[in-house]
Design a protein around this ligand. Structure first.
Ligand SMILES: Cc1cc2nc3c(=O)[nH]c(=O)nc-3n(C[C@H](O)[C@H](O)[C@H](O)COP(=O)(O)O)c2cc1C
Length: 328
């Protein structure tokens, strides 16, 4: 059992979170992670309306009695979804843990606090983590450059970002990006984090509601098989390397603008990859850690074996302390 400030603050058994994932974070996956003692998270915007989100939350409750959370990703956009209505739905449904991401959670904090909701804010820099601490979040989840999705523009990998965060934050925080096994969890704890957040690893589990073809692709792929798109637009996203993301990288590298790639990056095309298993239908998100993913187990097994492996790693490393020198 690995008890940390994070497990205590959130009332969970293991310091492992399944981060919000568009099209992936549905009730079955979130419930399986929570049922195993981690923290599963339903992704609000995967549900077409706030009412659908409430139904998804109710469905998760039929699958587990353990705490689970809801991710609210607040991205600036021309036609934003009704964030306030999703937030109201979360609160009215009695959810007590929310993962915010995408921008400053401050405008949402008053209502969350009023209803006793604990907020885990996910961000990609120490300065944003400190800002989130200041506006009263319970914990921070800090994504290194390795992560799937949006790593920000600072390009600081976890090996430096995690201890830098540990040096400055006072609230509990978890490390995110590039974690997929117990060695990673042990390393995150050693670097000062109170747990880990994972996306890609949980995307490649039995309860993950995406095509088996995509899961098989993740198992086959190496850490070299991702692309960073939108670099020149300062809205970087790490996605799977495929014909479409290669084309996007090329167009933007040759001076193209967002309008030139808009049809290629449409969300509906990415959704088709997950639903139909057509790997080149569009852009789809995955992280460097796919190079460490070799199977498609039940999500609960992922939680249990990562904890067991991390405990073994920590114990075996402890044996190095004051160990007698090896015979020459
Ligand atoms: C398919 C997929 C979709 C994602 N969608 C979201 C999202 O909608 N909102 C969000 O905050 N993070 C999203 N993420 C990021 C994850 O929550 C997590 O921060 C990230 O995957 C961590 O990196 P890892 O994949 O190396 O574990 C997504 C990740 C994946 C793999």
């Amino acid at each position: 059992m690995l008890t940390t400030r994070f497990t205590q603050a959130l009332g969970i058994d293991h310091p492992i979170v399944q981060g919000g994932m568009m099209w992936v974070g549905r009730a079955e996956l979130a419930a399986a992670v929570s049922e195993a003692g981690g923290l599963g998270i339903i992704t609000a915007l995967t549900q077409p309306t706030p009412q659908d989100l409430v139904r998804e939350i109710e469905r998760a409750r039929t699958l587990t009695d353990k705490p689970f959370g809801v991710n609210l990703t607040i991205l600036p956009s021309i036609n934003p979804p009704p964030y306030d209505e999703y937030r109201r739905a979360i609160v009215d449904a009695g959810v007590t843990i929310v993962e915010t991401a995408g921008s400053n959670p401050e405008p949402h904090m008053e209502m969350f606090h009023e209803h006793g909701v604990r907020v885990i804010h996910k961000c990609t820099s120490v300065r944003h983590a400190l800002k989130a601490e200041k506006v009263g979040v319970t914990a921070v989840s800090i994504d290194g450059f390795e992560c799937a999705g949006h790593p920000g523009e600072d390009d600081v990998p976890g090996l430096v970002l995690i201890p830098a965060a540990a040096d400055q934050l006072t609230i509990p925080f978890i490390a995110s990006g590039g974690f997929g096994d117990g060695r990673g969890l042990a390393a995150a704890l050693a670097l000062g984090a109170d747990g880990i957040n994972m996306g890609s690893r949980f995307m490649c589990t039995q309860e993950s509601p995406i095509s088996q073809v995509v899961k098989d692709r993740i198992v086959e792929a190496s850490e070299l098989d991702t692309n960073l798109i939108f670099r020149s637009l300062r809205n970087t996203a790490r996605v799977a390397k495929n014909a479409v993301s290669d084309e996007v990288v090329q167009i933007l590298a040759e001076g193209g603008e967002f309008e030139d790639v808009r049809p290629l990056v449409a969300g509906a095309r990415g959704r088709k990859v997950f639903e139909d298993g057509d790997l080149d239908a569009g852009i789809w998100t995955v992280g460097l850690v796919q190079g460490l993913i070799h199977d498609v187990p039940p999500a609960g097994d992922v939680v249990r074996r990562i904890v067991a492996e991390a405990e073994d790693v920590l114990r075996s490393r402890m044996a190095l302390v004051d160990a007698a020198p090896l015979p020459a």
